[in-house]
Ligand binder design. Sequence first.
Ligand code: C2E
Ligand code: CA
Ligand code: CA
Ligand code: CA
Length: 280
Amino acid sequence: AAGGRLCACRFYSDEDRLRLAEEKELENRMRVALDAGEFVIYLQPKLELRTNAVVGAEALVRWADPVRGLVPPNDFIPLFERNGFVVDLDLNVFEQVCALLRAWADAGLQPVPLSVNLSRAHLADPSFVERYEEIRRRYEVPAPLIEIELTETLVFEDPERLARVIDELHAAGYRCSLDDFGSGYSSLNVLKDIDVDTLKLDGVFFDAPDFSQGRGADIIDIVIELSRRLGMRTVAEGVETEEQAAFLKRAGCDMIQGYLFSRPIPPAAFERLVFGQGRQ
Ligand code: C2E
Ligand code: CA
Ligand code: CA
Ligand code: CA
């Protein structure tokens, strides 16, 4: 009730009102849009620095809205995280990834692993891994072909729950990665308890013009070395320049993902890139 009273005296600007109206409109349409297949995945390749081969990709959702066109996730994921819809959306993205891996196997193509983003909202459901497993089994896709990206901020929210979730995902055969590492107030200490297969270094590590000099450069070096010692692979995200790629290669980083090599692209374009002609 106190919240209600506070709410009543809160001052809304025209801008707030417009935003709230837009959000209401999105909320009215999201369920129908999901059922209509308007949420589609794009794939951003991960390039292995040692071999220059595409060794995987991250599935990133877009809302292919018939009126507004292709809407980027930052325009709707935050709202869907607040209203809980992100759980169904993530499951839908996961199913699209399973369907794609199934189609590649059926076409006799050598599949590359794909990763999906897992929102924090799933962690509240103690049986969420089983929901993923039900889908994966239906498509008969080997779990090691799928990597689950868990964002760094989860470490601060509930490290014990996160560690248990990772154990559960590993037990089912999935790979796990720690996403956005370095974007918040990470401590290297979290790597003691968070046993992931891959560390995704956030672009903030190397987006300053002088990233390759001084203390910043030493920190990147050490984080990559530490990952190696802990048996984790490293992916550098948001790599946009040759200079960054060369530096990361020298530092021993395993993979890069960023506009330098490729933006996120539709699955058909990804198939042409990786398999040549793709499937018919
Ligand atoms: P993220 O997981 O950190 O994904 C990487 C984002 O960085 C993507 O933005 C990608 O397009 C962008 N990016 C890649 N390379 C570069 C680069 O070289 N330079 C720059 N400036 N940006 C680059 P996108 O696709 O707009 O996704 C934004 C965020 O939305 C994602 O960040 C992720 O947190 C969230 N998201 C996307 N798809 C899903 C999903 O299916 N489920 C959930 N829960 N979240 C998702
Ligand atoms: Ca991610
Ligand atoms: Ca990221
Ligand atoms: Ca390991």
